[in-house]
Design a protein around this ligand. Sequence first.
Ligand SMILES: C[S@@+](CC[C@H](N)C(=O)[O-])C[C@H]1O[C@@H](n2cnc3c(N)ncnc32)[C@H](O)[C@@H]1O
Length: 200
Amino acid sequence: MKYKGFNDILVNNWPGVSRVGPDTLRMAHHAGQQAGRTVLDIGSGTGFIAIYLRAQGWRCMGVDVNSAALQCANRNARANNMKLEFKYSDLFSDVSGLFDLIVFNPPLGHTSAPAAPLEFIKSLMPRNNRVVIAIVYFFVGKQRRELLRRFLEQAPRYLAKGGVVMMSLYRPEMSLTGSWKTEVLEEVNGLRVVSLKRLD
Ligand SMILES: C[S@@+](CC[C@H](N)C(=O)[O-])C[C@H]1O[C@@H](n2cnc3c(N)ncnc32)[C@H](O)[C@@H]1O
């Protein structure tokens, strides 16, 4: 599908891969407003955010733990004639270098591979249904917060000087961002797009 308003990029969803949703579009929109040249997209899914930023001239790396997502994102990059690689990494495990921007739209559920069955079910779910999200969060919220903690602890090592982290977080998760200067860029149904800078 072609996304008007997002440089007309072509991005297709795949079964088993987290779908492009309103949260994806919000993250991509706000990421595109940032100053900088290099971006790391953690949990890249279909590749939408990295592909959009590449179309805006950024140098991008996308990583995910879901092999179906990596295949999907690499195919979407080729459909846009982009030299853009999506590769396996569990958060930063296979990443090196410093980035002006690190984007993370974290999963609601699974935090480690292989979790293909759950990812498949989630890819068919209505992403913005508050009841579904509340039920899923009840079961996986603790696991998600652990992933967020791990991410926030490791991210500073990969941020260039003055760099920014951009994440989507539910309101109660804001307490995890203690040692960061946070700015809420947008909030819809309790889900925030947040930019984070190091305090030191
Ligand atoms: C909510 S989706 C976001 C996908 C895409 N960035 C978007 O906004 O549409 C979360 C993604 O994070 C990936 N993921 C989950 N745990 C991960 C981990 N430990 N390291 C890297 N990616 C992970 C999932 O496979 C999934 O593709």
